[in-house]
Design a protein around this ligand. Structure first.
Ligand SMILES: *Cc1c(COP(=O)(O)O)cnc(C)c1O
Length: 400
């Protein structure tokens, strides 16, 4: 079969080999501890589930407006005003089938061949490929652990060329768990305005933050920045709703109209029932309490994990301020011998850990950082303790 060039231009997920190995071991009855989860391990809160059940009973089961129901858009507008101090109207919101779909649509309507999109690494796996699917060029800027894996204003300015169209920001970050402070965002905003760029601000983890960290949207820094920012958010992570497939973005009306045109000729509206559930998630009285419960549990797990990292020789890990990921550095393990081979990068480390410790982590190369692996704490405390013990024991068997 001859396939379209565009599908040949993107890569298969590099993490598939590790997931397949974990699956194969589990099928042999071996208990593998999964640290790969990219979604909360909590159930969707009851009030949100009930809103979906009510929507079905009310026959809210037909096509809706392509860009989302008025009810949901109004809930999103209320959320932006309440949580981010941002004012939007209905013409500035488009609801899609997940935040990934929001980003995909945006790339399709904004960019062409020759356009450069700056993506700081470590990055969320899907950004570069979605940019490539739009025929544009991802420009990867490597960040340092010492700067909290955050792009600095100087790094951004250095990466800008005449072809640069946008910067992709993800705060709090998947995979690093770091998040930008207001001051850091202000420095970036200056470069963005000076160079007339757009920012795509993916804020899907905004409510999963710890130790009183205050999430700030770069769009809220000034009216001018709001015009230059496309804010992407969704229900998946903060409300434990990954399966419901609701994401949304807020932008200038011309961008929203273009996306609505594309969506009208492709997926049409996201599921009516999920939209009703998401409106409840955003404005329901019970939701804030549910979020506190989840975030409190995530924080306990993060603290337990940090204690474990402190004890293990051969890994170092910055403390995440948000999300449910840690991104430990395994450089000290690289170059060591295992199974007659030298461990060369994150794929080798992941293979070593799954074979010797029976724990699965996501190799950092998938996020553009080959010294690290992503270890998710969207799993039970029991698994965290047992898994970390296993990792420690396995690392102790390694020699140079
Ligand atoms: C999970 C995730 C998304 C996409 O989530 P959807 O389920 O498509 O809404 C987007 N960005 C980041 C950084 C994520 O981790």
């Amino acid at each position: 079969m001859k396939f379209a060039q565009r599908i040949q231009n993107i890569q298969q997920s590099m993490t598939l080999a590790i997931s397949a190995k974990a699956q194969a071991l589990r099928e042999q009855g071996i208990d593998v501890i999964g640290f790969g989860a990219g979604e909360p391990d909590f159930a969707t809160p009851e009030n949100i589930k009930q809103a979906a059940i009510d929507a079905i009973h009310n026959n809210d089961t037909h096509y809706t407006i392509v860009s989302g129901t008025h009810t949901l858009k109004d809930a999103i507008i209320e959320k932006f005003d309440r949580d981010n101090g941002l004012a939007y109207d209905r013409k500035q919101i488009v609801v899609s089938c997940g935040a990934k779909h929001s980003f995909y649509n945006l790339a399709q309507v904004l960019w062409d061949a020759g356009d450069e999109i700056i993506i700081p690494a470590p990055y969320w796996v899907s950004y570069p490929d979605m940019v490539v699917l739009a025929n544009a060029s991802p420009v990867i800027v490597n960040t340092e652990e010492s700067s909290g894996f955050k792009i600095t204003a100087e790094q951004l300015q250095q990466a800008v060329t005449k072809k640069t169209r946008a910067l992709v920001l993800n705060s709090p970050s998947n995979p690093t768990g770091s998040a930008y402070t207001k001051k850091e965002l202000e420095a970036l905003a200056e470069v963005i305005l000076k160079n007339k760029l757009l920012v795509i601000s993916d804020e899907i983890y905004e409510k999963i933050v710890f130790d009183g960290f205050e999430h700030v949207s770069i769009a809220s820094l000034s009216e001018e920045m709001q015009r230059k920012t496309i804010v992407i958010n969704g229900a998946s992570k903060c409300f434990a709703m990954t399966g419901w497939r609701i994401g949304y973005l807020a932008a200038e009306t011309d961008i929203v109209s273009a996306i609505t045109k594309l969506q009208g000729q492709s997926t049409s509206n996201p599921t009516s029932i999920s939209q009703a559930a998401c409106a409840e998630a955003l404005t329901g009285e019970k939701t804030p309490g549910e979020i506190i419960k989840m975030v409190t549990e995530f924080k306990k797990r993060r603290d337990t994990l940090m204690d474990c990292y402190a004890k293990i020789e051969g890994i170092s890990c910055p403390k995440p301020v948000g999300s449910f990921y840690t991104f430990p550095d395994f450089s000290a393990v690289l170059g060591k011998q295992w199974n007659g081979k030298t461990i060369k990068g994150s794929l080798d480390v992941a293979e070593f850990l799954i074979e010797e410790a029976k724990v699965s982590l996501v190799p950092g190369i998938a996020f553009g950082a080959d010294n690290n692996l992503r270890l998710s704490f969207a799993t039970s405390m029991e698994n965290l303790n047992e898994g970390m013990n296993r990792i420690e024991a396995a690392l102790n068997t390694l020699h140079t």
